[in-house]
Design a protein around this ligand. Sequence first.
Ligand code: 13P
Length: 254
Amino acid sequence: MRRPIIAGNWKMYKGPAETAAFVAELWPQVRENKEVEIVVCPPFVSLEAAVRAGRDTAIAVGAQDVYWEKQGAFTGEVSAGMLAEVGCRYGLVGHSERRQLFGETDAGVNRKARALLEVNITPIICVGETLEQREQGATARVCQGQLEAALQGLSPEQVGGLVVAYEPVWAIGTGRNATSADAQAVIGDLRRLVVSLCGPEAGKNTRFQYGGSVKPGNIADFMAQPDIDGVLVGGASLVVADFAAIINYRVAAG
Ligand code: 13P
């Protein structure tokens, strides 16, 4: 059984004080929910505050990026070991904003995922097509290419432990989510790709998220899809009431 995983990607929002207050306010609203694994991904400088505020809770903390080298003259970068030291359990890699705005490549995504795995941080590998690629009918090719590149050199066991987030670029921050059927179709193909590359066990265990304009009102549809195991939430994860409602989607749906 794959445990549902709901993660908030805060992007460049919330410093340490706001982060600590958010976690403290969120926990009482989600503590009864034992089913869903909850992750918040604040900016680097707020990671420690999130870990501290979440210490006696089941809220895990993830980073939004990482650099693959262990240490060295890499101004501005943060290593996987440093993230592990402050208590991160997850790390986003390959978010479309990193790919589009900061030159992230498929090869870099692979190196980052490997660096995280070396220190037992679970990578959340993000893949997704642009609107132009979707209109050209290239969605499957693009997403599968990104995933295959990200998985290079990983063992089937490592792949089975991963989280993969399918985030169509045109659905991010636009209010225009993919339909749950479209998301299921892409993610079903990605799961079949994992099976063909790494075997049925890995394919059964890898958890897939959908991301892109997830809200309290559409989460249940996504979670009802057989291959969707969770969501990666941007904007709606910045508001405690909305993020709590997303996490508690089963209760909310009655
Ligand atoms: P939104 O939920 O704001 O569309 O952002 C999605 C996202 O990029 C999460 O990583």
